[in-house]
Design a protein around this ligand. Structure first.
Ligand SMILES: [Zn+2]
Length: 135
């Protein structure tokens, strides 16, 4: 007889992030390049939304941004923070288009790791695929 009482409440996706019971990040979020702290534990909420981000690069390449056509990818899972002062360490690019700023590592400037619309002061999004975790 098959006993299958080992039920997972959270469906384990292909990503390796861990959630607290109330949907916050269970681990510290760090820069994938220099490992500096971006968010402490339990400060961000996991959200699903589709946003296009250019591919990451370590230093900003201004010549690429002038063309308007940027290589990137559509990402669908983000850590959401509603106050910019929640971040331990984060930088912002200059405004792209009409109102978008990208979030980058304040230390090594790798990015974009996240996205912010300057018209919405309570939504800062960090792409789950572009950060690392640490205890
Ligand atoms: Zn960094």
């Amino acid at each position: 007889m098959a006993t299958n009482d080992n039920q997972e409440v959270q469906s384990a996706s292909d990503s390796n992030h861990q959630l607290t019971a109330d949907g916050k990040n269970a681990q510290m979020i760090i820069c994938p390049n220099c490992r500096c702290k971006i968010l402490l534990k339990k400060t961000a909420e996991l959200v699903n939304t589709d946003i296009f981000l250019p591919y990451m690069r370590v230093k900003k390449n201004t010549s690429n941004q002038e063309s308007g056509q940027v290589d990137g990818e559509q990402l669908s899972q983000f850590w959401k923070v509603d106050n910019m002062f929640t971040f331990e360490n984060v930088g912002f690019t200059k405004t792209v288009g009409s109102s978008i700023k990208y979030l980058i590592c304040a230390d090594c400037e790798i990015g974009p790791i996240g996205w912010h619309d300057i018209n919405d002061k309570t939504t800062f999004l960090i792409a789950t695929q572009r950060i690392h975790y640490s205890d």
